[in-house]
Design a protein around this ligand. Sequence first.
Ligand code: GH3
Ligand code: MG
Length: 520
Amino acid sequence: MGNASRAGEQVEDGVNRQFTIFADFNCPFSFALNERLHAMDLDARVDFRCIQQFPSASSDATDFDTLARLVGEVAELRRKLPSMPINLPVFRPNTAAAAELANAVSAVDPAQGSRLRRRIFRALWIDGEDISRPELLQSLLDDLDIEAPGKGARRALKCGDWQREWEESPEFGHGMPIVISDVGETLVGLPLESELDVFLESGSVVSERTPGGGPRPSERQRILLLDDGVDCLRMLIEQLPEVQIEVAADFPGLVAAAVNNGVPDLVLANMSLLGGVDNVDWWRDSSDSELDVALPVIFLSDDASTEAEVAAFDAGAADFLARPLHPKVLRARVNTHLRARRTQQQLKKIARIDALTSVSNRREFDLRLISEWGRGARSEHSLALLMIDVDLFKQYNDHYGHLRGDDCLVKVAQVLSGCLQRAGDLIARYGGEEFVVLLPGVELEGAMRVAEACRAAVFEARLVHDSSTVSPYVTVSVGVAAMQPIYEKSCTLLVEQADVALYQAKQDGRNCVRLFAADD
Ligand code: GH3
Ligand code: MG
């Protein structure tokens, strides 16, 4: 079936897909799966078996390793399903009582079972409640007006069998959650959003990635923590719930997290876990390529002495915090650095954009041209450039005034932007009424096609230009150049050639495309 994902579509399509699920309340992926099932109106199609992935879990005894794992799971979930609202609790509760209750209610009345299950999941993952507390479970039952099942109903359950099946099945491999479709396919763990939807619709695992199905970057700011004590981690979760926290156990883990998940916005590093001087130098060198600034690092130390503080700043620390940490101080310091980071990112973005037309500016074009020239030389791929100039724009200004002229440039920029297809293509305002389009990996023929599409699109936008002698509408002339970049030559060659071609287009009557020919 197609790409049905809205509630109710399954019913209309007449597909009666059934699923068997092994899941645990204290697993964020299980929570996300349950929410997805509900959103897709599949609650009634599941045999949901609540089991325990950590039978010895306890809310009061959530140590560093447990919390670090939990933090990692939630970070992964947010990468896979960025739209899923989830909060991070500071404990991993025991789920024996909740599982038994949910299984018993489902056995008596499956509809009530799914309502209760959703409430239990949400109590933990949205409200941060401790679902191991019997009073909490009772209050959820009361809210939903569900009667607690008697001992007989509980005894008839096969919880022990399900638990053993999950623990012993080599196919499950201790993954969580497990979803088995009625066509016998098994999904272990939570896949990407698009893949999960396909599985729930078709019952089959997608073998090939759907286009655009990769994880989307999160809007959240990210902190990478290198530490082994639970205090800082717990405080970060409690004090900064809107921030994505990731934990590394040692220095190589920290570098791997930065490489695999992208450069974080801030690092908090326990000085005693840093290792040698080379490691300390790592972030001096690891500037964020987007920002051209070094990654800010707050050093955590057990030693509050001035010497320790000086050593931290000598090693390139952006800030220094000695234990015992105070939650409010930690929050204030972290927020200061995160705010600075956000401001840097915003300024950087503004500095790349042309204020009038909102396309990239000349500076961004110059930088991209240099980097694409280098990349083209390395990969031996062609690089193409279009130079696009609005025809007789002086007359437009003289006739309509400068402000209308500005509006016209904004519209031309929008039309040109709409002509670009690939993510790597760049349009920039080169200056005045002149635009450039950079097309990495494109040869002359392809560049001519894009150029003609740009010219035609501007004409077809029918922006009236009464004082033009070329056409009743605003038109552009386009000069095209393309070449295989080589290290021995400068990238300005491409600009010069496109400029020559543009001049030729003007000579040939405007509203046309010309390419650079060697004998020009
Ligand atoms: P051609 O077809 O040969 O390109 O003729 P043209 O009139 O477009 O070229 P010319 O270089 O003679 O004039 C460019 C005009 O573009 C003059 C200038 O006032 C106008 N211009 C440049 N930047 C802006 C701007 O930001 N806003 C407005 N409204 N006009 C601008
Ligand atoms: Mg012009």
